[in-house]
Design a binder for this molecule. Structure first.
Ligand SMILES: *[C@@H]1O[C@H](CO)[C@@H](O)[C@H](O)[C@H]1NC(C)=O
Ligand SMILES: *[C@@H]1O[C@H](CO)[C@@H](O)[C@H](O)[C@H]1NC(C)=O
Ligand SMILES: *[C@@H]1O[C@H](CO)[C@@H](O)[C@H](O)[C@H]1NC(C)=O
Ligand SMILES: *[C@@H]1O[C@H](CO)[C@@H](O)[C@H](O)[C@H]1NC(C)=O
Length: 362
């Protein structure tokens, strides 16, 4: 038998060691996560800006699967960015505009539902376009320097991972407004603006970027609902535009990597990931990849989920885990988890040249 005093001293020592290594704030221990983009990643910023319910989802049944309340996320539960935070052993990253935001060394979320890379996109909605998200990040940087000092702030910013999901709204807005720009011109404008924001983050010290390409937007229930000429098919013009964007995005990132010292990126093929789920739902445990769980009209593609947009009536499916789409424009938590897994640990053909796990470990 161990002497009880020895045992006690060992216990105290062990406890002290455990507290020192596990419980005290140690900002150098992990890479922070900064999130930019649209409703794909908005965890509630739009709750705190002057916009309308059309660009918000802080009402039931959004959020109910996981959070048991609506947070402002456009899904039944977690977003891909929430799963990435989990995989990186970070807490969920808080919307920067949330009153009392105080997450500094873990990161911040600047994403805004409805936002585009172009300032004109859904401008009347008063959203935080990508460039304005960058201004909030500049405020954040100033606050971080005040808290940690110049050197530590810079180290944190260069070790961090920057997730950016943007572009869908630019193309959706262009198609519905019948933009006069040619598809090539428009794609160059979107990628030009995205690239200039990436460069500015790089100039502030950012080195690791995680960027999903665009999903096949023409296959979203909302896109199929407004183009019901052939109700079983995806809206091909929008898919073509998405593919044109994805090709330009891939080239733009490659160019940045050639040009900028230390620039590392992970381009995730969200297009293929969602197409696979739509074409082989059962392979991934889904039963329905054509109709949304929540909404009204054809494919439940009308954006009325929750009854605060377009119509106060909506239908809700019984079992959300059978569905790829939660509402007309957004995937379910289960589909988001599938995508996040590919982004985190996918092989280079689906998440490359680095996957996010590798970026976090760098
Ligand atoms: C869109 O523009 C094209 C060419 O400029 C024109 O032919 C077409 O009628 C327009 N469609 C709508 C819905 O305005
Ligand atoms: C950014 O978008 C604007 C339109 O909002 C466009 O005039 C400008 O040329 C774009 N910038 C780049 C670098 O492509
Ligand atoms: C609708 O699209 C599907 C898939 O592309 C095609 O097989 C079918 O023939 C089309 N139907 C009509 C009526 O055009
Ligand atoms: C809901 O659907 C999932 C996936 O098909 C299934 O595993 C689960 O048993 C279903 N739950 C209920 C209550 O039917």
């Amino acid at each position: 038998m161990m002497d009880s005093r020895v045992y006690f001293s060992l216990l105290v020592l062990f406890t002290a060691f455990f507290i020192a290594t596990h419980c005290l704030p140690q900002p150098e221990e992990h890479a922070a996560l900064f999130i930019f983009g649209d409703s794909t990643y908005d965890a509630g910023n739009n709750n705190y800006i002057k916009t309308t319910d059309y660009y918000r989802s802080n009402y039931v049944p959004y959020g109910e699967t996981f959070f048991k309340r609506s947070t402002g996320r456009f899904s039944d539960g977690r977003l891909a960015s929430d799963f990435i935070a989990e995989f990186a052993k970070l807490p969920y990253i808080t919307p920067y505009l949330q009153p009392g935001y105080n997450q500094f060394t873990d990161g911040a979320n600047f994403a805004s539902a409805g936002a585009g890379a172009l300032a004109e996109t859904y401008k009347s909605g008063n959203l935080i376009d990508l460039k304005s998200q960058l201004s909030y990040f500049t405020n954040f940087e100033r606050q971080l320097i005040q808290k940690l000092g110049d050197a530590k702030a810079k180290a944190l910013l260069s070790r961090a991972v920057y997730l950016i999901a943007i572009g869908s709204n630019d193309y959706a807005a262009a198609v519905s407004a019948n933009s006069s720009a040619s598809p090539e011109e428009y794609v160059n404008m979107v990628n030009g603006n995205l690239t200039s924001v990436i460069r500015e983050i790089y100039n502030k010290g950012g080195r690791k970027f995680g960027i999903p390409n665009l999903e096949p937007m023409g296959c979203l229930p909302s896109a199929k609902a407004v183009n019901p000429s052939n109700t079983s098919a995806c809206f091909q013009a929008l898919n073509d535009l998405t593919q044109l964007h994805n090709k330009a995005l891939s080239e733009a990132l490659q160019k940045l990597a050639n040009e900028l010292d230390g620039f590392k990126y992970s381009l995730a093929d969200a297009y293929t990931a969602l197409s696979d789920k739509i074409n082989n739902p059962s392979k991934y445990g889904f039963k329905e990849a054509n109709i949304a769980c929540c909404g009204s009209g054809p494919f439940r593609g009308t954006n009325s989920c929750g009854g605060k947009r377009l119509s106060n009536k909506y239908e809700l499916c019984e079992n959300v885990s059978e569905y790829v789409f939660f509402d007309g424009g957004h995937t379910t938590e289960k589909a988001n988890e599938h995508l996040a897994n590919l982004m985190w640990s996918g092989t280079p053909n689906i998440a490359g040249p680095y996957n996010l796990k590798a970026l976090f470990e760098l």
